[in-house]
Write a protein that binds this ligand. Structure first.
Ligand SMILES: CC(C)(COP(=O)(O)OP(=O)(O)OC[C@H]1O[C@@H](n2cnc3c(N)ncnc32)[C@H](O)[C@@H]1OP(=O)(O)O)[C@@H](O)C(=O)NCCC(=O)NCCS
Length: 175
């Protein structure tokens, strides 16, 4: 089987939108990422962040994936691996999942999760974990993607903008 980092597209599941692809990130994706997902960040900041992700990817510690529609990046997710612990080598985790506002509720997020799951399986991972803010749309989204709660830290996540704290909900999906 090909490595997920060789530039090929990853499987996105039977219900993904027509024309959608999920593939490893490239440096030239930075402009679309800034325009569609991080409009408040300077483009050079996004370029630097993509480059450091590619550098960490080269060590095998992480894999950043993007979803594209019509040739443009509309979503992003980070898949991280435990490279320093043989006891945890069968686990991978998701972070930084985001879909641009105009493309939400069209199956892009689900396709990113399916692509990340396929990439994790290629690395022999059997458990895929994520941590989310309890009671938010993200929790409903991961439940819809067949993640189950395995732990909850009550009041574990403060709101950096001064709003109420949320539970941190730890979720897992068997791969
Ligand atoms: C959470 C997020 C990634 C979902 O991406 P998406 O492309 O809109 O999700 P999908 O269209 O693939 O949704 C799949 C299913 O998840 C559930 N879901 C998605 N968004 C939901 C919402 N806002 N409220 C409730 N359920 C939701 C639904 O069951 C949906 O299926 P349906 O549309 O057939 O009902 C996206 O809303 C987003 O980027 N939000 C802001 C950033 C964020 O919260 N990231 C998660 C950090 S942990």
């Amino acid at each position: 089987m090909n490595s997920p980092t060789d530039g090929r597209h990853l499987p996105t599941g039977p219900d993904s939108p027509a024309g959608l692809t999920v593939r490893p990130i490239r440096i030239e994706d930075a402009v679309d990422l800034r325009d569609h997902l991080f409009p408040h960040r300077p483009v050079l900041d996004v370029v630097a962040s993509v480059q450091s992700g590619l550098d960490r990817g080269a060590t095998g510690r992480e894999l950043r994936l993007v979803a594209t529609l019509g040739g443009h990046v509309v979503g992003h997710v980070l898949l991280a691996f435990h490279t320093r612990s043989s006891e945890r080598a069968h686990r991978a985790s998701l972070d930084d999942l985001a879909v641009g506002g105009p493309w939400q509720r069209r199956g892009v997020g689900r396709a990113l999760v399916e692509g990340a799951s396929a990439a994790a399986r290629q690395r022999q991972a059997r458990l895929l974990t994520v941590s989310v803010r309890g009671g938010t749309p993200a929790e409903a989204f991961f439940r819809a993607c067949r993640f189950n709660e395995y732990g909850r830290l009550r009041g574990g996540l403060d709101d950096p903008w001064g709003g109420p704290s949320h539970d941190e909900v730890m979720m897992v999906r068997n791969l």
